[in-house]
Design a binder for this molecule. Structure first.
Ligand SMILES: [Fe+2]
Length: 296
């Protein structure tokens, strides 16, 4: 950490096993290392980024899918890292058994929220005959268990928003209302064409991943941590709170520090069996309970 004067700083970032860009494997206090690098980058960046309060730290979360236990666990984890703000990427409802409770909890946060495709389906009266029977049953159950106030709140959500120095969207930036999936660098490139901030967070696929644009090149990056570098753009999927699909059943979200220019993905355990029992008690399809345990 030559030249770094951050020894002793109470960074309070999550710990784990990461590789900082200086090439040193850090197994403890690793975020101090990453933060040090980020501060160097910040010092080189434009004056505009210095307008962001130094203590501002966002929890970016989405695809909650009516999983109250997972949402509560994520919010508790975020607060343990001194998160000061929240932003929600949509799909607050659908699949699991606590849609109204999750709408209420997210609404209480008073944070920016964008609309997901399940929020749209659950709050409209559209015909469900084109859905398979399991999906139609789950959507109808969600509609039946949301109040008109909940539905109006979901209907009023925007497809994408700019928050401070970053953008949030549920699916894509090029055609957000079409609910396309970004699963490759090519698909990310289409969104980068419409990205007017350096960083954009998205969800929808339920798989944490990141894409970075450097000039005309778009590359996939690991969804563990990233130090935001001047001159590059980032399109980052924070994974799913309430129905992860990357084989890891733990809830997924990310913490972003605009001043430190660092994004860190987090995985959080929650009582899955309790959520599975609620699904069964509600009469929702058994497959929805089983997939939670597999993270698929
Ligand atoms: Fe979703």
């Amino acid at each position: 950490m030559g030249g770094c004067s951050l020894e002793g700083t109470k960074a309070n970032w999550p710990r784990g096993i990461l590789q900082a860009r200086c090439g040193i494997i850090v197994r403890s206090a690793l975020f101090l290392e990453l933060r040090c690098e980020a501060l160097k980058i910040m010092a080189q960046s434009s004056a505009g980024s210095r307008l962001i309060p130094l203590n501002m730290r966002f929890a970016i979360f989405g695809d909650i899918h009516a999983n109250l236990e997972a949402l509560e666990a994520v919010l508790a984890d975020a607060r343990s890292f001194d998160v000061t703000h929240f932003a929600c990427l949509g799909d607050v409802v659908g699949y699991n058994a606590n849609p109204s409770e999750c709408v209420e909890l997210v609404r209480q946060l008073g944070c920016p929220v964008v609309k997901g495709n399940h929020d749209e389906q659950a709050s409209e009266d559209t015909d469900l005959s084109t859905f398979n029977s399991l999906a139609a049953k789950a959507i109808q159950w969600t509609r039946d268990n949301l109040s008109e106030v909940d539905k109006q709140w979901l209907r009023d959500l925007k497809f994408s928003r700019i928050v401070r120095d970053f953008t949030v969207t549920h699916a894509t930036l090029d055609t957000p209302a079409a609910w396309g999936y970004v699963l490759s660098a090519l698909e990310a490139a289409a969104s980068f064409n419409y990205q007017n901030t350096q960083v954009c967070f998205y969800g929808h696929t339920h798989v944490p991943v990141g894409y970075v644009k450097n000039g005309v090149m778009v590359e996939e990056i690991d969804a563990s941590h990233v130090a935001i570098e001047t001159g590059k753009k980032y399109f980052l999927n924070v994974g799913s709170v309430g129905q992860p699909r990357d084989g890891d059943p733990r809830a997924s979200y990310a913490i972003y520090s605009p001043s430190e220019k660092v994004v860190v993905w987090r995985r959080v355990e929650y009582p899955i069996e309790r959520v599975q029992q609620k699904i069964r008690d509600a009469g929702l399809p058994e497959r929805l309970a089983l997939r939670l345990g597999m993270g698929k």
